[in-house]
Design a protein around this ligand. Structure first.
Ligand code: HEM
Length: 501
């Protein structure tokens, strides 16, 4: 018994020593890092969902003010959190080739419908797919989709007119999800998802199986982001089999119907059919089309809902800006008679407002790249030896932290659209504002996303005065269980119909 105890303690001590020495990686390189817990590194509070990964990175960013970057341990893997905007630009733009991969591993054979989504791939495969998709996301291609977005805006207004007569409040994220779901279904594949009419259409149920935040989706995404090897072992996937089969069926049926009836509709599916025609059906198959359609949905639905719901909150919380926007809308209508893609794109106050809302509430608190070839960083204090960054090192770009750093945005908690006047924008330090990221991998769907968000905001403010319902926890707090940014307790708003003059 005595021998067993000694053996047990010795083995335990050895394991502890090995784990502890493993965590000396950054110290040996002269890079500061916060204290670690054995096994989980710096992520232990995220395991229990006490803090999200974004919140943990933000706290580290705020503590190490004298350094251009900080080391940390993603479980046992040494990673880096950038603090210096110049280094952020180095990683995202100037030395893109060394950091071109996102830190997310997808098992192609287990998750075939995300295998070619640009977000998850890199190298030549990424270049090829990005160049195939890019033409579908230019202003010229998004403009014809505007009438489809407007049709959904009409459904949204009708829904708001008929819902919540006793003003218990409408949850803005849920509202925004219905809106973006219908816009994506219509603009991607020509389907009427009817989310404002019915609670559970098949399209909505299947689409929500992919990304809509629930406890299990968040848990699954957490494993995929923080413990990719474990996620692989469990065979976790972004797109469950039934949802994958449903989208395959929709694509095959719609393509067959359009081909047999010579139907040409200005939408994403039509662009994909044109690629199939130019490359040939063996090089670009219906499965490829399904992959890109699901990608459109995965990349665009939840992100746009987050941004729209927070913009609606800021309108409600700042009545004077809401009235300024209403006046701008009235002026545009007086001058042009109606909205179109370009008139909304060029509305000065609307854009300043949205830029500021995206500063305070970027959908992703951070993006995570991974070093693919050995690279050298200057020393984190500016003095001493350069630091060699080895392949496979995760590099965190802390979008939220840069947006809230008072040296770049004074009084960062104050909502102020004037930060984004033309003159003030020119003074921003490069590399400090990036709700859509930057460089060759910058969000492909930015124009589409902003188009639909502007359309919804303008239609809502034309018809309703928005106020914050008392169910909203103010100031907004970040929900630590959510992968993308979400407000704890939800964003509850009242919509009061404006009287027509
Ligand atoms: C307001 C809504 C949106 C926000 C805030 C947003 C933000 C982002 C961010 C931060 C990235 C990461 C870029 C990087 O890895 O450096 C990204 C990538 C991407 N986004 Fe968006 N996005 C939005 C909407 C959309 C929409 C509507 C689509 C398409 C319909 C889309 C398609 C993509 C794609 C394909 C990528 C991967 C690009 C690449 O790696 O080459 N996004 N987005």
């Amino acid at each position: 018994m005595y021998v067993l105890c000694v053996l047990f303690i010795t083995v335990g001590a050895c394991i502890y020593y090995l784990l502890k020495t493993h965590y000396s990686y950054w110290k040996e390189k002269g890079v500061p890092n916060p204290p670690v817990s054995v096994v989980f590194g710096n992520l232990s509070e995220s395991i229990t969902f006490k803090k999200s990964l974004g919140q943990i990175y933000h706290e580290i960013y705020q503590k190490y003010t004298d350094f251009s970057y900080v080391g940390f341990y993603k479980m046992r893997t040494p990673g880096i959190i950038l603090r210096d905007p110049e280094l952020v630009r180095e990683v995202l733009i100037k030395s893109f080739n060394y950091f071109q991969a996102n830190d997310l591993k997808i098992d192609d054979s287990n998750d075939p419908l995300v295998a070619k989504n640009p977000f998850f791939i890199h190298g030549d495969k990424w270049k090829h797919n990005r160049s195939l998709l890019s033409p579908s996301f230019t202003s010229k291609m998004v403009k014809p989709l505007f009438p489809l977005m407007e049709a959904v805006c009409q459904d949204l207004i009708k829904y708001l007119e008929e819902t919540d007569p006793d003003k218990k409040g409408i949850e803005a994220k849920e509202l925004a999800q219905r809106f973006t779901m219908d816009v994506v279904a219509s603009c991607a594949v020509g389907l009427k998802a009817d989310s404002f009419k019915y609670e559970n259409t098949e399209f909505r149920t299947m689409a929500e199986r992919i990304l809509s935040p629930s406890f299990f989706t968040n848990l699954k995404l957490y494993f995929l982001f923080a413990l990719p090897s474990f996620a692989k072992f469990l065979k976790l996937k972004f797109v469950p089999d039934d949802a994958a089969d449903y989208f395959r069926k929709i694509v095959n049926q719609t393509i067959t119907y359009r081909e047999e009836n010579n139907i040409v509709r200005n939408d994403f599916l039509n662009n994909m059919q044109n690629i199939k025609l130019s490359l040939g059906k063996d090089l670009f198959t219906n499965e490829d089309i399904t992959i890109h359609l699901v990608g459109f949905f995965m990349d665009g639905f939840e992100t746009s809902s987050v941004v729209l719901s927070h913009a609606l909150y800021e309108l409600a919380a700042n009545p004077k800006y809401q009235e300024t926007l209403k006046r701008e809308i009235d002026e545009v209508l007086d001058n042009c008679g109606k909205f179109d893609y370009y008139t909304l794109r060029d509305m000065d106050f609307l854009n300043r407002f949205l830029d500021e809302s995206l500063r305070m509430h970027p959908a992703d608190m951070f993006i995570s790249k991974v070093c693919t070839e050995t690279f050298t960083f200057p020393p984190p204090t500016g003095k001493g030896a350069d630091v060699v960054i080895e392949p496979k090192t995760p590099i965190i770009i802390p979008i939220h932290s840069l947006h809230y750093d008072p040296q770049y945005y004074p009084d960062p908690e104050v909502f102020d659209p004037d930060r984004f006047t033309k003159e003030n924008k020119a003074k921003h330090v490069k590399g400090t504002y990036m709700p859509f990221s930057d460089g060759p991998r910058i969000c492909l769907g930015q124009k589409f996303a902003l188009g639909q968000i502007r359309a919804a905001m303008v239609h809502i403010v034309s018809n309703f005065e928005i106020r914050v319902n008392k169910r909203t926890i103010q100031p907004l707090q970040i929900d630590p269980t959510s992968t993308l940014v979400a407000a704890k307790g939800g964003i509850w708003l009242d919509f009061h119909k404006r009287k027509k003059l």
